[in-house]
Design a protein around this ligand. Sequence first.
Ligand code: FAD
Ligand code: NA7
Length: 455
Amino acid sequence: MTDEAPPRRRVAIIGAGPSGLAQLCAFSSEKDMQLVCFEKQSNWGGLWNYSWRTGTDEYGNPCSNSMYRNLWSNGPKEGLEFSDYTFEQHFGSPIGSYPPRSVLLDYIEGRAKQYNVRSHIRFSTIVRDVRTCSGAFEVTSRNECTDVESTEVFDYVIVATGHFSVPNVPEFPGFANHNSGIRILHAHDFRDAREFTGANVLIVGSSYSAEDIGSQCWKYGAKSIVLSHRRSGPLGYKWPENWKEVPQLERISEGKTAYFIDGSSSTVDAIILCTGYKHHFPFLSDELRLKTTNRLATTNLYKGVVWNDNSALFYLGMQDQWYTFNMFDAQAWWVQGCIMGRIQLPNTKQDMIQDVVDRQAAEDAIVDDYGAIAYQGAYTKELMDEITTTDSNYPTFDVEATNVAFYEWKKSKRTGFMGFRDGGHTSPMTGTKSPAHHTKWKEALDDSLDTYLGN
Ligand code: FAD
Ligand code: NA7
């Protein structure tokens, strides 16, 4: 017999964005776990940590960041607020419902500082390979500052690398051989709408990136916006006069002319492909790698987080997202409960597979966006209910009140797209209704943290 303490179990968390930070916070009181969070960027915050770079980063790795300079939250902040760290607590007084990127990053950082998790993060360190080895994982990473690669063994791996970093880039006839000077880029490489001031901009796609990058360009003085939709039909919002919606792009030819499948055409100076992203994890070996489309019930993940083929591997935030930060939190605390043995997995793998089948069937039965919001709210609540039966410290919150903020947001977009960010919603955490921001969104060209907060 020896009185030596058993070796601490090692957990690798890949990514220090909102999901990875949630995981670090969830583990912060578990002293018998050794946590290592690998982050390829030099700071935390994930996509919210804006970078001007496109293509490759300073070390030759693909840039993860898809965030652009003047993004304001595309959903209400009341839909993502942390229950144990409210906006009012962070900023000292209520702020508007759709803060700019820098304001949200400040909030994310404030929460992470409260949990004092920074020391667990190895910055500028990219994970290059993860594979199984004798019942554990070998994780190979490279410190980009020292250019030294190392391989370490971990008991658990949590993938929190996000899935909006690797662009889905379709090609249309004429792209390869046109010589008209049309600028063609994917949303992933869009950084500053001022580049398109005075331009006729064609947006391909009709989801969040399309409507938001289109409105960014409009706000900063694009001459016209043409938004081309595919399967989901026109968005149908009340757009400004110089904005129209057209069907799928067919080809470009004859100088700067874009042709659409209904035979119509437009003159365009720039084409921004807002055609979504790929779940792409080149650092994971085949048997560990998630392959899924962008949907609410992700393939092969029990409860949306446990890899069905190896229950020591977890993924956070891999769903299509209405709920974001608060859902990542619920996932992270659930994963922590699972690793600590408080939350039990089903007895058989078949039960875990059935969980995914049932979730996907329920998702397929959703008829509209309101149903999708309710679905993801119910999923988040399901996780929180399981956490709170074993951990009374979990900072739970009122999902119904959060859904209400999302429903109001959906309705307000219908009354005029360029004005929805001027409205305010009620915090599910504090009950405070957000005040209108001091400047209307379309007039607020300077959205730095100081200007936004009126400092
Ligand atoms: P990310 O934020 O992507 O963070 C992942 C981290 O992992 C990054 O820091 C990355 O550097 C790191 N990483 C990746 N690969 C490796 C590796 N191999 N080794 C080490 N580190 C690695 N959500 C909202 O709630 N509101 C919004 O307004 C909103 N706007 C958005 C706008 C854009 C343009 C995009 C793309 C997404 C937006 N989202 C928004 C959704 C966004 O997914 C979430 O807000 C959130 O950033 C997801 O957090 P995450 O930690 O899962 O992923
Ligand atoms: P999404 O939500 O995955 O949407 C992708 C869009 O791209 C969607 O409208 C698709 O149309 C369209 N798409 C995809 N492939 C094509 C091709 N080949 N041709 C035409 N249109 C295509 O991605 P987003 O970037 O908008 O949003 C991702 C996140 O970024 C989100 O969380 C936001 O907060 C910001 P479809 O409907 O499939 O016909």
